[in-house]
Write a protein that binds this ligand. Sequence first.
Ligand SMILES: Nc1ncnc2c1ncn2[C@@H]1O[C@H](COP(=O)(O)OP(=O)(O)OP(=O)(O)O)[C@@H](O)[C@H]1O
Length: 459
Amino acid sequence: MTTTHMPTREVIRRAPDRAHDHSGPHPLDPAVWQRILNNVRIHHPTLNRVWFDQMSPRQLTNGVIQATVQTPAQLNFCQSQCQQPFTAAAQAITGRLVSVSFHCDNLPRTGGGIFNDHDQPLQLNPDLTFENFVIGPCNRLAHAASTAVGEQPGKAYNPLFIHGGVGLGKTHLLQAISQRVLERDAGLRILYLSCDSFINQFMNAVENGEMNQFRHRYRDVDILIIDDIHFLAGRDRTQEEFFHTFNTLYQGHKQIILSADCPPSEIPELEERLVSRFNWGLVAPIDKPCYETRVAIVKKKSKMRGLELPDDVVCYVAAKIDNNTRELEGAITKLQGMSMLHEGRIDMEVAKAALGETVNAEQKRVTIQHILDAVTKYYNVRLSDLQSKRRHKSIAFPRQVCMYLARRHTRFSLEEIGGYFGGRDHTTVMHAVRTVTADVAEDPEVAQQLNRLEAQLTN
Ligand SMILES: Nc1ncnc2c1ncn2[C@@H]1O[C@H](COP(=O)(O)OP(=O)(O)OP(=O)(O)O)[C@@H](O)[C@H]1O
């Protein structure tokens, strides 16, 4: 490891003497670049990406090593996170006051690219590509449809509606589609935003009399991507506006891509004409990954981080963490931290120590009874009230909190939870979960109440 710090001035091919260091371009010895990469990988393991190997540092010009990356997303990543580590590594390896700068030959043409709701360029995550997406029975259709849309936007499936639970890969696919589209045609214009942003922008536009600008922004794009479209539930005026946005784009053969936590027909209080339009193209579910898919995901994610895990550890992680893929990633990050403490060694003993917490948390199963005990005591209500049809806020809110906690901490289905709390249907439970989620985000008092209740349940 120490050799990576040793200045090796002679490794710059045809190294000029000091007086000429900062003059014209000089080719950079590939071996020097390799040593710079190794240095970064050793000192910044969490930054490491497999595609670093594809960077082509062509030359050293005026004291700057120019490294070329393949995609705009990689460029964003490098410019925001890698400039300093690469420069420090380059200086350590060459012993010169050089810096590293990143370039991409494939930048979008004027007007093209991906933008957020404020018309600012959106930073795509270079890890969220099709190449890094593991296909299994849980997501095969969503993946196939997404690649088809990425290859032929506006022609394959329109709209594409992807739905599934938390952390199962919806955003990954939306970003992968965007990256594929822009790789193929950097001149296309993509607008990517959350449904919340659409609602807020619409309300602002109405308030400020700026509907023309609003319509122009949303209808003059090649691809419109809206995340969490289920938040349109109950928003009559925004639904009306979205209906017209949808029609304009659809008639112009522009691609519409939507994601949600449930299929269109299960979004409560959504106009029938929108439900039917959302079903016009392809509705693709993503389910929880099965064991084999989890094994493949752990392998892929650890490889992406340059982490070598023995097979028994891979299987152990995949068996222990069966909830969603985001949690699998968290486990790999923990293992990576542990591997640094154990000189890169990861065996079952280290893995068990690293995941001890997660495993225990998994083992501490919260039951409906725990939730009822905590909520009835906290809000001073009776179980019979929670299970009754009473709609007074003093009862309705604790009931919604119970549903929210049951959804987050138990494995009961929406139907089971609804049935338990007074024979209500699954859309009532979904509504309760959304209401409490929004209250927690917007009202610090509710956030504190939920924090206390969850601490009681999980400690
Ligand atoms: N099939 C898969 N292959 C590889 N990585 C995956 C897969 N599914 C999910 N992931 C990873 O899991 C993490 C969570 O996925 P993502 O953010 O796409 O979830 P989501 O469905 O959008 O969740 P949320 O509804 O909370 O936004 C990401 O880092 C993603 O790369």
